[in-house]
Ligand binder design. Structure first.
Ligand SMILES: Nc1ncnc2c1ncn2[C@@H]1O[C@H](COP(=O)(O)OP(=O)(O)OP(=O)(O)O)[C@@H](O)[C@H]1O
Ligand SMILES: O=C(O)C1=C[C@@H](O)[C@@H](O)[C@H](O)C1
Ligand SMILES: [Mg+2]
Length: 172
């Protein structure tokens, strides 16, 4: 059966998609799904391993299929991998959806992600790499978003509430 998520979350690594996504799902009384988790389950290896074994383009191809599938299978809250919006076809699929872009500034990003080897794109110089990623991606997050919610200085609960307000969605 083809369906659509009640809300799709996009945004950079560590912005709180998983944390807020789970809270949002609970508040709305729906399920939570995360395309990064789908990929790990399907591939039976970590995302870092896929990057090392096959490189980023191969990961993006796997991710594109995972996002396409989740968008048609899942009717709850769906969090996408941070780089999924790089793909033009994925952005086209998001055009008819309710999409929240969770944003943060670089200092918040460094606080939340730290030097975490599980995030291969931020493994060497997180501050510089994050700035470069955002230069390339900010406009793409904004392009797909129907609402932007800033997360700086807000608790996950406050971000969740702001997302509900922005979407004018009520609790279950
Ligand atoms: N509003 C917030 N304020 C402070 N810390 C937060 C907030 N939201 C999430 N965090 C913390 O930041 C870290 C990253 O959060 P989370 O895993 O939810 O982000 P993400 O966007 O799903 O990241 P990724 O999918 O790239 O791993 C976690 O340690 C989480 O507890
Ligand atoms: O921003 C990115 O490019 C990524 C974000 C993560 O969600 C993972 O999908 C992976 O680490 C790549
Ligand atoms: Mg996550």
């Amino acid at each position: 059966m083809s369906t659509a998520p009640v809300v799709v979350l996009v945004g950079p690594m560590g912005v709180g998609k998983s944390t807020v996504g789970q809270q949002l799902a609970e508040r709305l009384g729906v399920g939570y799904r995360d395309t990064d988790d789908d990929i790990v389950a399907e591939q039976d290896r970590t995302i870092a391993e896929i990057f090392v074994d096959e490189g980023e383009p191969a990961f993006r191809a796997i991710e594109k299929q995972a996002v396409r599938r989740a968008l048609t299978e899942h009717d709850g809250v769906l969090a996408l991998g941070g780089g999924s919006i790089l793909d033009e076809d994925t952005r086209a699929l998001l055009a008819g959806q309710r999409v929240v872009y969770l944003s943060m500034d670089v200092e918040e990003a460094v606080k939340r992600t730290g030097l975490n080897a599980a995030r291969p794109l931020l493994a060497v110089n997180p501050r510089k790499q994050w700035r470069e990623l955002m230069e390339a991606r900010r406009h793409l997050y904004e392009e797909v978003a129907t609402a932007v919610v800033a997360t700086d200085g807000r608790t996950p609960e406050e971000v969740t509430q702001a997302a509900l307000d922005a979407l004018e969605l009520k609790d279950a």
